[in-house]
Design a binder for this molecule. Structure first.
Ligand SMILES: Nc1ncnc2c1ncn2[C@@H]1O[C@H](COP(=O)(O)OP(=O)(O)O)[C@@H](O)[C@H]1O
Ligand SMILES: [Mg+2]
Length: 268
């Protein structure tokens, strides 16, 4: 259900159609659609167990889907492993960030990419320049330097490094899972500004968060999941926190074949 379609004349960057995913007896996702445009921030919201992470992991190829299809820039694509999605230009920044404390900012940004990129043969100083350039382009100015160990950074700076790492590799879509959950007020501000800049630079950004107040500052649209189903999408400028909360907690579900959704236990 697309209540408030936006940019309906332009080809979406990413479309997920009719995504269903079951884990044993749990229908984690049922017939979910998602549309992401270049240059927009899409907030993905829902209670614990609503299916947010499963949807993200479907898009990132970590959870092969049971049913449904994906289009990227209008072309049908198969995403059955993480390499497929990163080859398309989709990057996910997970909550645990997967940064190595004992390595520098630069080393972290190149970690795991050495062989897959044209930067593979770069010297240490060329890598530092590339890392610093990326940070500058994202206006991440609070960082002491790209040769600092990540262990010495604040939570907000770590988040910035993880995001910069994700976007340094020609990515077109970035997905952030709870980017501000562990941050204080000032650092949350930094990360929210960074998310806005990513969209301004033309990336499509999906943000998962429980903080609706933060999301209303940065999101163009909301996609609400409840018990594995899409309740709908809402344009941020045409909805309210109250309407989103109602959709999250009491949005109308369609019937799931073979399952009585009222019996579903919500698992954190
Ligand atoms: N790997 C898994 N194995 C079994 N069940 C899972 C797995 N991942 C998620 N689930 C279940 O799928 C449902 C959706 O979970 P999840 O996508 O993590 O929700 P959210 O991220 O919105 O909190 C939950 O009922 C959860 O217990
Ligand atoms: Mg989750």
């Amino acid at each position: 259900m697309q209540r408030h379609p936006v940019n309906s004349t332009t080809t979406p960057l990413l479309e997920a159609r009719g995504i269903s995913k079951r884990f044993g007896s749990v229908q984690a996702l049922f017939d979910v659609d998602l549309t992401l445009h270049a240059g927009e921030v899409l907030a993905l919201v829902g209670d614990n167990g609503a299916g947010k992470s499963t949807l993200i992991k479907s898009i990132s190829g970590n959870h092969p889907i049971d049913e449904g299809s994906f289009l990227f820039e209008g072309r049908p694509v198969t995403i059955t492993d993480p390499k497929h999605s990163s080859d398309l230009g989709i990057e996910v920044v997970y909550q645990d960030l997967a940064l190595c404390d004992n390595l520098t900012v630069t080393q972290n940004m190149f970690l795991g990419r050495e062989e897959t990129s044209s930067f593979g043969m770069l010297s240490e100083s060329a890598m530092q320049r590339k890392a610093a350039e990326t940070m500058r382009s994202l206006a991440v100015t609070t960082l002491g330097g790209v040769d600092l160990n990540v262990a010495r950074l604040s939570g907000g700076q770590r988040q910035s490094v993880a995001v910069a790492k994700a976007v340094m590799w020609n990515s077109k879509a970035v997905i952030l899972d709870e980017p501000t959950a562990a941050l204080g007020v000032a650092q949350t501000r930094q990360v929210l500004d960074l998310v806005k800049r990513l969209a301004e630079q033309g990336l499509g950004v999906i943000v998962i968060s429980h903080n609706l107040h933060d999301l209303f500052e940065i999101a163009d649209r909301f996609l609400v999941l409840r018990l594995g189903q899409s309740i709908g999408t809402y344009r941020a400028d045409q909805t309210t926190q109250q309407e989103i909360v109602e959709a999250i907690t009491a949005g109308e579900l369609s019937a799931v074949p073979g399952q009585d959704v009222s019996d579903r236990e919500v698992v954190a």
